[in-house]
Structure formats: C-alpha cells, structure tokens
Write a protein that binds this ligand. Structure first.
Ligand code: PLP
Length: 329
C-alpha cells in the first residue's frame, strides 16, 4: 500500500527482502561507513525491569549506532547518500538539530569532506556543543525552540550562503531510511525469534522513525498498535516535540494514541530501567518507557510482547540527570 506525499510512495513489496540488513557476524569493517551499515541490526533486548506477568518488553537500542550513538545515524547517512546519488558532494551542509542528527551529519562531513553548521534550539544541554565541535562542526545556538519558523531561518541562511539544507523535518530520506532499514531489520529480528508483537511505542521528533515503523508494521500485521510519545505541555525532553509544533510523516499514518510525558517521568523511568537492567537509556528513551508504563497502568495494552524504540542513551544528559539526582550526584 503506498503512503502519500512527494517522494514517499512505495509498495511494501518494493522494499525487498532482508539481504541488506544482515550485519557482519564477526564484526570486522573496512571503514567507518561500513561500521554503520553492516553494524545493523542494532540490538533488541528484553527488559526485566518492564516485563512482568503476560507482558514482555523489548527495547531496540539505537545507541549502538557509531556516529551519534543514536537512531539519527541512519538519517544523517541516508540524507547524504541521497544527495551523493544525484550530484556532487556539497561544500557545506546546514541543519537544525537537537544534537543527534548534527553528530551524524558532522560524522558524514568528516568522512566525505564537507563542512557542517548545526543550529541547536533552546533547551538542549551544553555538552552537545562540545560533542559537535569535537566532530568538526560549527555550532549556532538559536535561543529559540524548534518550530516551523526556526527551520525556515535555517533554510534561508543556507540559501544566502550557498549551503545545502538537508532539512530532516521535510526530507523524505528520513522516513525512507527507517522504512527500508529500521523497520525491516526489526521485523527480521522479531521473526527470527518467533516474537509476535502487539505494539510498538516510540518518541516523536521529526516523526521519521515511528511513522515508518507504523506504516510498515500496521500494513503487515493486522491489529498491531503503535503509540507515539510527546513531551507534556511546557516540558523539555531533548529529541522529542509536541505534534502541534509541526511534523510531516505522522499525519500519513494512524497512531493508536499519543502519550504525554514530563521530563521527571522520563528520568524516573530511565533510572528504574538502569537500576534493574544495568543499561542507561537517554531521556527520550525514558519517555518511551514511561509511556509504556502509563498505557499499562490504564489497562490500554492487552497481554503480549511490545517493542520500545530507545533512540539514544543517557551519556549526553548528565546535566539533566545530575539536576534530578541532586548536585554532586
Ligand atoms: N529521541 C532522540 C534522542 C532524538 O534525537 C530524536 C530525534 O532527533 C528522537 C527521539 C525522535 O526521532 P524522530 O526524529 O525520528 O521522530
């Protein structure tokens, strides 16, 4: 079934089978690009902290990507690949990012030889500037939240300075990479272990990854539910935004609900995963875990297995975690 909108018109059959999502079993790679694409699938792990009774919770750990330690490596890679497929290497790339897409693009710039300028919205931890600059990027703090207007500012700046604006918010390479790779590899992982999931829960930033997962899995598995997660009004959870701030692909699919989470709820959920499973998810991953707990608490989920997409881990969020745990934590 095709999904509407510009370049995003694809039959699921066109996606082919799984040959291109098989990683190297002994994990030796010729270069760092291969490390990304042949490092897939990212792990899927059952979490003891969230599974109980008839409920099994599987986290897809996107921080096992090598450049930004996040789901956004896929998008940075594919947006640049799509440019290179059509024309010469850009000299400069501009992008609005809450950090992760920026790190992925800076890495692609380092590998391919172009420069990046990254526009960071308000509410993002200072550590991001250090990480992005270490990867060779120029960093601009906009002092504004990420909205349609602030993305337009980046477009205008790119136009004036002759740079390429990759625009992850509108660039269908974002949706397509998750359809062609993230969704297919998750399906492969679940099938290979005979896990039949009842639902998938994920955060909404550009809406790229969750929309593609919803499109793929809802078309293949009747009755499967997909829930999105957004920050509660006035709350800041880096990487995710409220749907009304403007996102593209989420309007092409039918979500079964959008759950609101506060930063405190996200941190509490990530800490409870950390203290029972020994892994440290990031804030938006914590928000996804908190949303699962809310849905379960409300009796909205039938018994069975669920996949939670964890976009990155907690290492970028020491500032927020130390505020929560108390100074000197
Ligand atoms: N979580 C984190 C940490 C992110 O960086 C992002 C995107 O930047 C998301 C969630 C949301 O992902 P998407 O843009 O695919 O909606």
């Amino acid at each position: 079934m095709p999904v509407g909108g510009s370049d995003v018109c694809v039959d699921l059959e066109e996606l082919g089978f799984y040959d291109d999502v098989r990683g190297d079993p002994v994990r030796v790679f010729r270069d760092t690009l291969e490390l990304l694409t042949r490092g897939w699938p990212t792990p899927l792990v059952r979490l003891r902290s969230l599974s109980s009774g008839g409920y099994g919770v599987w986290a897809k750990l996107e921080w096992y990507n090598p450049f930004s330690f996040s789901v956004k490596d896929r998008v940075g890679w594919y947006m640049i690949k799509k440019i290179l497929d059509k024309r010469a290497l850009p000299e400069r790339v501009f992008e609005a990012t809450s950090t992760n897409t920026g790190m992925a693009l800076a890495a692609m710039g380092a590998i391919n030889g172009f420069r990046t300028r990254l526009y960071i919205p308000s509410g993002i931890q200072r550590a991001s500037d250090v990480l992005l600059k270490a990867l060779g990027a120029e960093v601009v703090r906009t002092g504004k939240p990420l909205t349609v207007d602030s993305i337009e500012d980046v477009r205008r700046a790119a136009e004036e300075e002759g740079a390429v604006h990759t625009n992850q918010f509108d660039n269908d390479a974002n949706f397509m990479v998750h359809l062609r790779y993230t969704a297919k590899e998750l399906d492969l992982q679940l099938r290979s272990k005979g896990i039949e999931v009842k639902g998938i829960i994920g955060g909404l930033g550009t809406s790229g990854h969750l929309s593609a997962l919803a499109f793929y899995f809802k078309n293949r598995y009747a009755g499967l539910k997909v829930f999105g997660v957004q920050p509660a009004p006035g709350e800041k959870i880096p990487g995710i935004r409220r749907v009304e701030t403007g996102m593209k692909w989420v309007h092409m699919i039918d979500l079964d609900g959008v759950i609101e989470v506060t930063q405190r709820e996200a941190i509490e959920a990530l800490i409870s995963v950390a203290r029972k499973d020994g892994i440290l998810p990031g804030l938006s991953s914590g928000a996804v875990a908190a949303a699962y707990l809310k849905l379960r608490g409300e009796g909205a989920l039938e018994e069975g297995d669920y996949v939670l997409v964890f976009p990155d881990n907690g290492l970028k969020y020491v500032e927020q975690l130390s505020r929560y745990l108390g100074e000197g934590a």
